[in-house]
Design a binder for this molecule. Structure first.
Ligand code: ATP
Length: 366
């Protein structure tokens, strides 16, 4: 969480939709973004993330709906009259201009600053993005990560109210990308600039965002903090898209569900139950460290599969008639060693009822 986030809506989107011919790319999008917040638009390819970002920038006008920024209705303003800086995936630097000139571009065209004021602002920005003394190089003389820092410096040069990032790190290799994530986030917090980033990389979103807007088929599925989205996904789509999730066929009974012949207690209050449901369980919510004090659901499972993944171990477990229920369970490498878990053995597993989520049936089990 940033300390700069306020409860004042800086950007409000009202019932926005976008059609390309007959194709509905965005449908009835309403959301608010607060001052100083870092929001990620997250969702699978084609869900409308970029279309929504481009509508906010005025690069692709919405078909219907309104956009209010800092109290002003910007719905029909051209991009040049909106207050944002943007960074694209493909750097989009001017190849024939030196780095300093690239950064100065907006300052020269949109402000009335003197040459010496512009020069000192460019120096300041180069230092801010960790590229002091690189101003005389051409973009082609920089690495991809450095070029993206220049693009960032250029985007924030005029101190816009809104920073738009369209998959800014996805063209970079994994190590540079992980490093830049933290730098971009730290810079955003230092400047307190309201930021929207489009990404389909959930790990990136988890490390950078204050809130997610999860989109699917041009609609908002859920808006919330990373913790809320991960721990309380409101739809099976969100549960599936963010993190790893087991989806298991469940039958509703009094005070719980039956899964593969095992009765599991869980709270059914507020759930729109049908006889057949899908139970969603995070792999890390299966508990193998059972003591006399362990509460809640416990039943025997067989470990049929073990995969070492560094700091944790992923177990394939099954139970039920003909081993019909198959799920992943994650345990830390330390716990795995301490409990001496092995492929082929039967163990008791515990599942606290608060980790059980139920959705309408229709998801395929693993
Ligand atoms: P990705 O992660 O692949 O970039 P996205 O979520 O950003 O995907 P958009 O680029 O917003 O998706 O596209 C949303 C939908 O709108 C897609 O089905 C896309 O094919 C369609 N679309 C986008 N731009 C146009 C266009 N100019 N003309 C027609 N259809 C378009």
């Amino acid at each position: 969480m940033t300390t700069t986030t306020s409860n004042k809506a800086f950007l409000s989107i009202h019932e926005l939709s976008k059609k390309f011919g007959d194709f509905v790319a965005l449908s009835d999008i309403s959301l608010e973004i607060y001052e100083g917040e870092f929001v990620c638009f997250l969702g699978p390819s084609g869900c409308g993330k970029t279309t929504l970002l481009r509508a906010i920038a005025g690069l692709d006008m919405q078909t219907t709906g309104r956009i209010i920024q800092a109290g002003q209705d910007i719905s029909v303003l051209p991009p040049s009259e909106r207050d944002f800086g943007i960074v694209f995936q493909s750097y989009a630097l001017f190849p024939n201009m030196r780095v300093a000139k690239n950064i100065a571009y907006g300052l020269e065209n949109q402000t009335k600053q003197s040459r010496s004021e512009i020069n000192s602002r460019v120096e300041e920005l180069l230092a801010l993005v960790g590229l002091p003394e690189q101003g005389t190089k051409f973009p082609s003389q920089l690495s991809g990560g450095q070029q993206q820092r220049v693009a960032l410096a250029r985007a924030i040069a005029t101190s816009p109210g809104l920073l738009l990032l369209d998959e800014p790190l996805s063209a970079l290799d994994a190590k540079v990308r992980a490093h830049l994530r933290h730098e971009v986030k730290a810079l955003q917090q230092r400047l307190g600039i309201t930021t929207i980033m489009v990404t389909h990389d959930q790990e990136e979103a988890l490390t950078m965002a204050d809130r997610f807007v999860v989109l699917s088929d041009g609609r908002v599925e859920q808006i919330g903090s990373p913790e809320e989205i991960y721990q309380q996904p409101q739809t099976a789509f969100v549960a599936d898209f963010v993190g790893t999730m087991n989806f298991l066929p469940a039958t509703v009974q009094a005070d719980g569900v039956e899964v593969g012949g095992v009765k599991l207690d869980c709270d059914l209050a507020g759930i729109n139950t049908a006889p057949g449901m899908t139970m969603a369980i995070r792999p890390e919510d299966f508990n193998f460290a059972i003591s006399e004090d362990t509460d809640g659901n416990q039943w025997p499972i067989e470990i049929h599969y073990v995969e070492f993944l560094g700091s944790f171990v992923r177990l394939g477990i099954h139970w039920g008639a003909d081993d019909s229920i198959r799920a992943y369970a994650d345990v830390s490498a330390n716990l795995y060693r301490r409990l001496g878990l092995h492929q082929g053995e039967t163990r008791t597993v515990n599942l606290p009822s608060e980790h059980i989520r139920l959705y309408p049936a229709g998801r395929k089990p693993l």
